[in-house]
Design a protein. Sequence first.
Length: 237
Amino acid sequence: MENLGGFYMKFSPFVDFINLMFPDLCVVCGCVLQKNEHQLCLSCLHDIPKTNYHLMVDNPIEKRFWGKIPVYRATSYFFFQKGSSFQKLLHILKYQGNKEIGELMGRYAAIDLLDSPDFTSIDLIIPVPLHPKKYKSRGYNQSEWIGKGMCTILNKPLDTSTLIRIRENATQTKKSVFERYENTEGIFAINDKMILEGKHILLVDDVLTTGSTLEACARALLETPGIRISIFTLAVA
């Protein structure tokens, strides 16, 4: 290890030169990151348009599910609009292979959730699953990476195997609310209800639009006796 440390010491000017020529840039604003910054500069981190709905009972996210599924609590970390700088976070997470940004944002969001006893009372974190074919194509589940970041802060286990997607549905893009509901009907299932019985589950997804996918997940989960469901999404449209 001493020799390895000496190697890095010896070539640190070369590493600094590489960093100078090919610096790490903030994924939102494109500015050069400082040594204590990762993926997101402190300025953009400070400017994230947070909802703070985790501090509000009967907040607008929870109201979206009223009359559809019984939800204990629900929140989204930040707002985004199409074309906004912070939409980049979601785009690179979902379509550019940068799964690590999901874990990072999951950590930041979970730090805020520590202020809410309702969310810290969860027993288990379950990310919305991808169909195996979609998982193979993308190489990872972006919601799972968000959950990975959250579980390290909330100190709760991440369950990626109990809730499964049994049917691949067509893309939700450009579908109406009713079409999205039909498109997600019956696509999820539980393979072991005993694991979830009597548990408070935090269901995690990347973006909340109509909520049809989350509703479909919840309907499958609600077949478990005594289960209580809360919902978290990284962003809300």
